[in-house]
Design a protein around this ligand. Structure first.
Ligand SMILES: NC(=O)c1ccc[n+]([C@@H]2O[C@H](COP(=O)([O-])OP(=O)(O)OC[C@H]3O[C@@H](n4cnc5c(N)ncnc54)[C@H](O)[C@@H]3O)[C@@H](O)[C@H]2O)c1
Length: 244
């Protein structure tokens, strides 16, 4: 049995993960940690830790996991570039899965977005549209950021140079290489992402729509199982699913 600690246990994702883990004979829930609890004490009891709390909490969880030499699955999104570097430095000695999105469908979208961008090339304008529920704190979503990152990698340029977050006013013509990223918020939408490739006379759209948090929860538990016994390193869901 794998002893599991869930950080952010009272949240929407934490609750979904706990409900699934309780039905899975491979897991024993060894601790539920939220704001008022001590992650260091809990980490000592774990075989693996899953964190779906807040971007601000990730460094503390990473330090607790590293100190106790426990594998870690990071689900929280919305980190700044500096915060990402600090977390990556903190977890150097342990195996970690860190993914913007734990759904199998979205990881397939990541994979085919790269392929479609390579096939269509620079003649197609690229835009990303995401929609999430009204309570989501960060924008754009970590998944939209990852999709934009993949498009920038295919263009062999830095995303910071290409990203165009929304448009307003007299912005002028679209530049050839910019990547438009648009965050829509409302209602109880779990997570929609569309990547648009548009050229004169035609358009390709790749879309994924999540209708339940269970898909992310299931993926994070799959990642947690996969991590047991892995060497120290930073992995993502593409590693877990064997897509790279
Ligand atoms: N990677 C993915 O596949 C994926 C999918 C869905 C959501 N997310 C991300 O997961 C995070 C959680 O999402 P949610 O919808 O469950 O949010 P939520 O607000 O419902 O839950 C977050 C929980 O974390 C707790 N928390 C905050 N700071 C904490 C700390 N320092 N220590 C311990 N617990 C703390 C809160 O009290 C709350 O219970 C967000 O960053 C969200 O963007 C990622």
């Amino acid at each position: 049995m794998i002893k599991l600690i869930v950080n952010g246990s009272k949240g929407r994702m934490g609750q979904a993960i706990i409900a699934l883990a309780k039905q899975d004979a491979d897991f024993q829930l060894a601790g539920e940690v939220d704001l008022a609890d001590d992650i260091h004490a809990a980490a000592a009891k774990a075989d693996v830790i899953i964190d779906f709390s807040l971007h601000d909490a990730t460094l503390g969880v990473a330090q607790a996991a590293a100190k106790n030499k426990k594998p870690l699955v990071i689900g929280a999104t919305g980190h700044t570039a500096d915060a990402k570097k600090a977390v990556a430095a903190a977890v150097r000695g342990i195996p970690v899965v860190w993914a913007a999105n734990y759904s199998t469908g979205v990881n397939t979208l990541f994979y085919i977005t790269r392929k479609v961008a390579e096939i269509l090339g620079p003649g197609f304008d690229q835009e990303i549209v995401e929609m999430h529920h009204r309570l989501k704190q960060d924008a754009p979503s970590g998944t939209a950021e990852r999709l934009a990152q993949i498009l920038a990698e295919v263009k062999q340029k830095q995303l910071a140079e290409l990203a165009r977050h929304g448009r307003h006013g007299i912005v002028g013509e679209r530049t050839r290489d910019e990547i438009g990223i648009h965050a829509v918020r409302g209602g109880d939408v779990v997570g929609d992402h569309t990547v648009i490739f548009a050229a004169p006379g035609e358009r390709v759209e790749l879309a994924h729509k999540a209708s339940s948090r269970e898909t992310f929860a299931r993926g994070s538990l799959r990642a947690a199982k996969w991590l047991i016994g892995k060497p120290a390193g930073l992995y993502d869901m593409q590693n877990v699913l064997g897509l790279k």
